[in-house]
Design a protein around this ligand. Structure first.
Ligand SMILES: C[S@@+](CC[C@H](N)C(=O)[O-])C[C@H]1O[C@@H](n2cnc3c(N)ncnc32)[C@H](O)[C@@H]1O
Length: 223
């Protein structure tokens, strides 16, 4: 593995620890026959690949970050998933799909970019009638988000919380360890340094605002 690839791939491995929650949210959906799924803000595709596997359907992973998508595309090739997963470099604010395109829209850690309520409103038309929306977002006030879900034309199927302790044990503690090891062991390239800086910033935000790190999976059905 080249120096440039080393750090982000290790971060992806840590991200995989949270996949059990992607699976838990997916199991809250009814059985669907080879659904077509849009994953908004898919990053390097860790949850996207799991969705393709779980659903046996097709997934479009959309993100604005080209280097994360390059890593994702490499993985798709290596894993022989080109039939089931495609990627698209696009901002979520520029999405222009026909109405009623998808059986499921999935968004983990990305809806904050346009705001929870705004995202639910704008993305709704891309869902087929009776389609499903799964969003993993900061907890903030669950009550307000539940109201927004109803106001935006969805029925809540269910939700569950990931506590800050889960985030600490399964993500931030391993990330802190990785950052420490990486700084000791590697002379870093510019690009790796950027990834490292981003991870350090994430960690800093977590330490500063630990309560922000309660997050929630909301599983919804389009009315
Ligand atoms: C916290 S990461 C989550 C990645 C992935 N969903 C996951 O759970 O591992 C947020 C993602 O949103 C993407 N993002 C940020 N702004 C975006 C935009 N305007 N349009 C599309 N994606 C965006 C980032 O590039 C990043 O990959």
């Amino acid at each position: 593995m080249t120096e440039k690839e080393y750090f982000p791939i290790k971060v992806d491995k840590i991200r995989k620890r949270l996949l059990k929650y992607t699976r838990k949210a997916f199991r809250m959906l009814p059985q669907l026959d080879h659904p077509y799924i849009l994953d908004i803000g898919c990053g390097s595709g860790i949850p996207t690949i799991e969705l393709a596997r779980l659903s046996q359907g097709r997934v479009l992973g959309l993100d604005i970050d080209q280097s994360a998508l390059a890593r994702f595309n490499k993985r798709i090739d290596e894993m022989g998933l080109t039939e089931s997963i495609r990627t698209l470099t696009c901002s979520m604010v520029d999405m222009d799909f026909p109405d009623d395109s998808y059986d499921i829209i999935w968004a983990e850690g990305s809806i904050y970019v346009i705001g929870f309520e705004n995202g639910l409103r704008q993305w709704r038309r891309f869902l087929k009638p009776g389609g499903f929306m799964v969003v993993h977002d900061e907890q903030e006030t669950i009550e307000e988000k539940l109201r927004q879900i109803a106001n935006c034309g969805y029925k809540l199927i269910g939700y569950f919380v990931l506590s800050k302790e889960v985030w600490r044990a399964e993500y931030f503690h391993p990330l802190e360890k990785l950052i420490g090891e990486t700084m000791k062991e590697h002379a870093l390239s510019q690009e790796t340094t950027e990834e490292l800086r981003h991870a350090q910033w994430e960690l800093e935000m977590y330490r500063k605002y630990p309560d922000r790190n309660n997050s929630v999976y909301f599983v919804m059905k389009k009315n």
